[in-house]
Design a protein around this ligand. Structure first.
Ligand code: RVP
Length: 503
């Protein structure tokens, strides 16, 4: 006889938080959202602590290199999508890691005889406008000058003009040496009103560049998630098939954490993948696993040595796994069950394995609910797809700006294998859809508002940390009638658009 789980499985929208006592200390400014990313032993610290409890989904339409930088700037972590070749995924990871390191190696270096047209092409490709000029065009060649967007006017100047004729030449450049500390470099930038300071060695060969924006960035983004070398942290998705090739490339590129990306993770394939990583890299490499939806699945992956466990099957906004395969569980119920198992595991073994709630977050308050139910952090797809920094097109649909958003199980996402690897189309069915989501501007503004809402609700629950929220939260299931009561009701809305806008 099959096993039947007690009760129904529920989603976030079926729960509400009941406020608890809050003191005058419970103000958003006092709330910390720091949370562990990976397993740690009692009394020890996790190797990575996120500054906000958000990671971005391992999806083509969500986590490219720009998302990596934008989310780390706010204190979370992106997991670059794995549905691409190992080489191109590693290149994205490297792009994020190179983005800011105090002294950055130039990825747009010129020679004096290149043309303005080539400069513009390069700028278009890399997005970087400060370009050093070296004798051989390499990032460590002899420094001859620098070109910035202030040195040429595409609308007026001859596009065939040579770099040598419009660059700022070496003799006019202020430079630092290898001995110049980052602090001194920033003082030189400040004193000379520069935007960038080239660093050269004793033979006047370029070492790298310190940018003003990197310095400013520290001041205006106090939550940014940095590694020991002050580079942004970034994660990467892997699969249970090509890990022997993919993992080394990702680690070489500097990935801070890996995550096995699978819609159903209670399987030996995940164990084999983790075992291979442990055999080859020991416990230095952080690797998350999933997805599971019950205590048994959690325990299996925790015993396999997963550094964190992802929860959620079929709850994603673009996911039709439940419809096509009939597997899954209401996200809230799955999360509560798994978090209970995590706490038991901690009691028994003294090892805390963080839980990530993946998919199904629709409203900002769902994130607070997920945290209250025990999640250490959330993985979000639709939420991040709406921002400028997601890799997809912004399109105008019937007068409204939208961003494209498609599931990893959709034919669109799966096509990369056919195109990139030359594989044959095999028998498969879709588990995801291709869709639009309402465009929501910059990630910084969107995340800022969401974080503020989470902190405010936490204050209503008398909690100044996620751990405190999990101890103090009081949750109630709501009837379908009271869900109606929770929205605007029995009034005629003045602005008809309100009924279709994103809340
Ligand atoms: P959401 O945030 O609700 O958009 O859900 C995103 C999650 O959905 C992803 O992190 C992943 O777990 C899942 N997903 C991604 N693609 C698909 C699919 O095609 N079925 N599902």
């Amino acid at each position: 006889m099959a096993t039947f789980f007690e009760g129904e499985s529920h989603t976030f929208s079926e729960y509400l938080l009941v406020p608890g006592y809050s003191s005058s200390e419970n103000i958003p400014a006092n709330v910390s959202l720091k949370t562990p990313l990976c397993r740690f032993k009692k009394g020890e610290q996790p190797r990575i602590t996120l500054n906000i409890p958000m990671v971005s989904s391992i999806m083509q339409s969500v986590s490219g290199e720009r998302m990596g930088v934008a989310l780390a700037t706010e204190g979370g972590m992106s997991f670059i999508y794995g549905s691409q070749t190992p080489e191109s995924e590693a290149a994205m990871v490297k792009w994020v890691k190179d983005y800011k390191a105090g002294v950055v190696e130039s990825d747009s270096t010129l020679t004096p005889d290149m043309t303005m047209e080539q400069v513009m092409d390069l700028k278009e490709r890399t997005g970087h406008s400060t370009m050093p000029v070296t004798d051989d065009g390499t990032p460590h060649g002899k420094l001859l000058g620098i070109v910035t967007s202030r040195d040429y006017r595409p609308s007026r100047d001859d596009h065939q003009a040579k770099v040598a004729t419009f660059m700022t030449p070496r003799e006019e450049l202020v430079t630092g040496t290898k001995e110049t500390t980052l602090k001194v470099a920033n003082d030189i930038i400040w004193d000379n009103k520069l935007n960038a300071l080239p660093i050269v060695d004793e033979n006047d060969h370029l070492v790298g560049i310190v940018f003003r924006k990197d310095y400013d960035s520290h001041k205006s983004n106090p939550d940014e998630l940095l590694d020991a070398n002050k580079r942004y942290m970034v994660g990467a998705g892997i699969n249970t098939r090509d890990y022997a090739k993919r993992v080394p490339l990702l680690l070489e590129a500097g990935a801070d954490a890996l995550c096995i990306d699978s819609s159903e993770g209670f399987s030996e394939w995940q164990k084999l993948t983790i075992d291979w990583i442990r055999e080859n890299y020991g416990h230095d490499v952080i690797v998350g696993a999933g997805n599971v939806v019950d205590a048994e699945g959690f325990r299996y992956l925790a015993d396999c040595g997963a550094d964190f466990v992802k929860v959620g099957i079929g709850g994603g906004s673009i996911c039709i796994t439940r419809e096509t395969k009939g597997i899954g569980r209401g996200q809230a119920t799955a999360l509560i069950d798994v978090c209970r198992a995590r706490d038991e595991y901690y009691k028994e073994t003294g090892v805390y394995v963080p839980v990530c709630s993946d998919g199904g977050i629709v409203y900002d308050y769902h994130m607070t609910l997920a945290l209250a139910m025990g999640a250490d952090f959330m993985m979000l797809g639709r939420y991040f797809a709406r921002f400028d920094e997601s890799p997809t097109n912004r399109v105008n649909v019937n007068g409204q700006y939208m961003k494209e958003y498609w599931g990893e199980g959709s034919a669109r996402a799966r096509n990369w294998q056919r195109y990139d690897l030359g594989g044959a189309a095999k028998l498969s069915f879709e588990e995801g859809v291709d869709s639009y989501v309402p465009y929501a501007g910059s990630l910084k503004d969107g995340v800022g508002m969401t974080i503020y809402k989470i902190k405010s609700t936490m204050c209503n629950c008398g909690a100044n940390s996620i751990h405190e929220l999990q101890q103090k939260a009081r949750l109630t299931l709501v009837s379908s009638t009271s869900i109606v009561e929770g929205g605007a009701h029995d009034v005629v809305l003045k602005d008809h658009n309100q009924s279709v806008s994103y809340h």
